[in-house]
Structure formats: structure tokens, C-alpha cells
Design a protein around this ligand. Structure first.
Ligand SMILES: [Ca+2]
Ligand SMILES: [Ca+2]
Ligand SMILES: [Ca+2]
Ligand SMILES: [Ca+2]
Length: 422
């Protein structure tokens, strides 16, 4: 920036903290051999938005003195002044820079014997003096000087952002995510960029940015993990407990599943043997993309509620004097056990029917009893049976009888008598 390259500044500042209230700058301008005393009071707010100054300048040596020294006539002096007075602040500063560079160049060349060089240096020095006066009048030089010499260091420190809440944050798939935000150490507004799709498992980043008054930008990020830790919900189609009659057909109704991750399928495992009484479990499993497994089960009870059905006749026939009668039969999907009432007849569990004692036809010719057939599930049915005894003639009873006869006659006679007795 603007600095009084050819000047020797002596500066007095009265400051409190970073705020300088009074500055006294004395510049000894070397090439001009002049002394410029500047005095101003500067009131600056902390953020530089307001400043005011009072400037008092005293020029101990005017350009006119210099003009005489370098043999510049009034006309030339007037022309230079008129030209420069039309310049704005920036143009004056630019021109000053140019002149300083040119003067440096001329000094380096060192050909001070050259009359032309000496004349150019004179004109440039006068122009420089006028520029400095004009700059002082506009206050630009003072302001630039104040800014250059400012005891307030430039702010090059970026805001430090603190992310509120968890980082990384975790949110369950399908639920609502509310960002806890972030704060900046300088109180700057924090802008957050980034979105979180809670309907899609993934890793998301939210970036927080804060910019301070000096344009320094601070950033911080938060990672948000959308996770699925919830198993699919499996719902049975139909009842959770199903009863099937032994020998009937079991119809699988299946199950459905739902999950926040989207469509999921159901796998069914387990078998039902309807030819065997028992309790069976059918399992329905659904696994989501994150490996969570949901299950549901159905109990299928295969039962026998049907009683045996007799297939043999209710009437049997058996010859006397022995125990054998025959076999009672019945059908059922399970094994059958037979029993019989009373104590005259006997039956094995397999249905073989016998007399407890060999019967005598001549004593009793008919027996009755009730046969019960019971299946493995305790279902039973009964049948009243009759056993008729048949005669064995070989053991029929025989007797001897006495006959009496009376006769009268003459002559000779023969008599025969036959009788049956019991
Ligand atoms: Ca899930
Ligand atoms: Ca049965
Ligand atoms: Ca007999
Ligand atoms: Ca007999």
C-alpha cells in the first residue's frame, strides 16, 4: 500500500488496546528535504466501520522553494499543478508510485552530471511534493498510513465450528432425523448443507460453514448413518394354530412380511404329515437387506377324532365243548385295541374271541357280550355280539328201559318189548 518510501517517519501513537486515539506522525521527506508534520486524532470502532480524523499539516518547505532550486518556472509549476488537481485519489496514488519508481531508476543510473536527468528529477520531485500535498488534503495518505500502521492485526483466523450432539449420528431407517446443528466460536451464523434420507440405508454427510467478518471460512462435518436394525414383521395368513383330521389334507396358507427397507420375501420351512397324529411347526422367515431376520410360526395339530368301525358280523357260531369262536375286526387309521364285557367270553387286543370255558350245548346254547374297539387316540365304538353254540351229537346222553308185558293164552307164545327211558 501507500508508504512514504522516501520519507523517514517518526510516529507517536496514543493507544488503548487495539484502538489508537491520537497519532502524531512527523515525516522527514528525504528527496524534498522538507518536513511534513501531521497530527490527527483517529476514532475507530472495533469493526472499522467508522473513522474520523482531524488533520493538521504544516509544510515548512513549499514546492515553490523546490521550483527555485531546480530552476522550474512558474508556468511549468502551474501546468503540473493543474494536471494533478484533476486526479482522483487513486490516480494520485498511482502516479506517486510511478514517480518513485522512476526516481529510483534515475538514482541507480547515477548519471547526475547529465543536465536532462537532473531536470527530470527536479520536475518529478516537485510533482511528488504536490501529489503528497493533494493526498494529505484528501486524507487518503493519512488513512492509508493509519491502515498500514494499524496496531490491529488482520484477522486470518477461521471460525471454529462445534458440531452439536452425536457425531457420527445414528438414525434408524424410516424414523425422523432432526439435526442438532452446530455453533461457531465467533457467534457467526452457521450454514448447514446436506440431506439425510432416512428411508434409505447409507452414510450421509452434513457440512457446516461459518464465515467471519474478515471472510475467513470455517467448516465442520457430521456423519449421519441411517441403519436398519429392525427385523421384518412376519404376519401369518390364517390362524396361528390349525387342526387337521388324521388322513385329511393340510393346506398351507403362508405368510406375508413387511419392512422399512422395502419388499422382503418369506421362506417357509417345516413339514406336516397328515398320516401321523402329532403337533407340527411351520416356520416363516423373512430377512431384510441388512441381515435382520424376522420369523413367525404356525402350529399344525394332526388329530384323530374318528372312532373305529366294526367290519365283522355281530353274530358268531361255535360248537360246544371247545373255546374257539372267531375274530372280531374293525378299521381305523390308527391301531385298534379290543375289549369285551362280562366274563364268559374273552377277546385279545387283536380281536381273537374265545369262550372263557368250553360251553355245553345241552346246558346253554347262546352267549351275548359287548365288544369295544378303541383307537390310539382313545376314540372307541362298541358292538353287541351273540355267540350261538351248536350241538356235538357225539356226546348226546343214552338210557336203558324196562318193559313189562302180560299175556294169557294157550299155546305157546313169544313176546318182545322195547322201551326208552331217561
Ligand atoms: Ca428392517
Ligand atoms: Ca380313529
Ligand atoms: Ca353237551
Ligand atoms: Ca350234544
Amino acid at each position: 500500500m501507500t508508504s512514504f518510501k522516501n520519507s523517514i517517519p517518526i510516529i507517536f501513537d496514543i493507544c488503548i488496546i487495539n484502538k489508537c486515539f491520537i497519532n502524531l506522525h512527523i515525516l522527514f521527506s528525504k528527496p524534498l528535504q522538507s518536513v511534513i508534520i501531521r497530527f490527527w486524532s483517529d476514532f475507530m470502532t472495533i469493526n472499522n466501520k467508522f473513522s474520523a480524523y482531524i488533520l493538521v499539516s504544516a509544510f515548512l518547505f513549499s514546492p515553490f522553494t523546490l521550483a527555485q532550486q531546480f530552476q522550474i518556472d512558474d508556468k511549468q509549476l502551474e501546468a503540473i499543478t493543474e494536471k494533478l488537481e484533476k486526479f482522483d485519489e487513486q490516480q494520485l496514488l498511482d502516479r506517486k508510485e510511478e514517480i518513485n519508481l522512476r526516481l529510483q531508476k534515475l538514482e541507480q543510473d547515477g548519471d547526475s552530471e547529465d543536465t536532462d536527468t537532473s531536470s527530470e528529477q527536479g520536475i518529478l520531485n516537485i510533482e511528488l511534493t504536490i501529489i503528497e500535498q493533494l493526498l494529505l488534503l484528501t486524507g487518503a495518505a493519512v488513512l492509508n498510513s493509519v491502515l498500514d500502521d494499524s496496531t490491529i492485526p488482520p484477522d486470518t483466523v477461521s471460525p471454529v465450528i462445534t458440531v452439536n450432539g452425536d457425531n457420527p449420528a445414528t438414525v434408524e431407517l424410516g424414523s425422523t432425523y432432526t439435526d442438532a446443528g452446530a455453533t461457531s466460536d465467533g457467534g457467526e451464523t452457521v450454514v448447514s448443507v446436506g440431506t439425510v434420507d432416512t428411508n434409505s440405508v447409507g452414510i450421509y454427510t452434513i457440512t457446516y460453514t461459518a464465515t467471519d467478518a474478515a471472510g475467513n471460512v470455517g467448516t465442520a462435518t457430521r456423519t449421519v448413518n441411517v441403519v436398519d436394525t429392525t427385523a421384518p414383521v412376519v404376519t401369518l395368513t390364517g390362524a396361528a394354530t390349525v387342526t387337521v383330521e388324521l388322513g385329511d389334507t393340510y393346506t398351507e396358507l403362508g405368510a406375508t412380511a413387511s419392512d422399512a427397507s422395502g419388499t422382503v420375501t418369506v421362506v417357509t420351512t417345516g413339514t406336516v404329515d397328515t398320516d401321523t397324529v402329532g403337533s407340527y411347526t411351520v416356520t416363516y422367515t423373512s430377512t431384510d437387506a441388512s441381515g435382520n431376520v424376522g420369523t413367525a410360526t404356525r402350529t399344525v395339530n394332526v388329530v384323530d377324532t374318528t372312532a373305529p368301525v366294526f367290519t365283522s358280523s355281530a353274530t358268531f357260531s361255535a360248537v360246544e365243548n371247545q373255546t374257539s369262536i372267531g375274530t372280531v375286526t374293525a378299521t381305523d387309521l390308527q391301531a385298534i385295541t379290543f375289549t369285551i364285557s362280562g366274563n364268559e367270553l374273552e377277546i385279545t387286543s387283536g380281536g381273537v374271541l374265545t369262550f372263557a370255558t368250553a360251553p355245553d350245548y345241552e346246558t346253554k346254547t347262546s352267549y351275548t357280550a359287548t365288544v369295544t374297539a378303541t383307537d390310539a387316540s382313545s376314540n372307541s365304538s362298541t358292538q353287541d355280539i351273540t355267540v350261538n353254540v351248536t350241538n356235538d351229537e357225539d356226546d348226546d346222553d343214552t338210557g336203558t328201559g324196562t318193559g313189562t308185558g302180560t299175556g294169557t293164552g294157550t299155546g305157546t307164545g313169544t313176546g318182545t318189548g322195547t322201551g326208552t327211558g331217561t
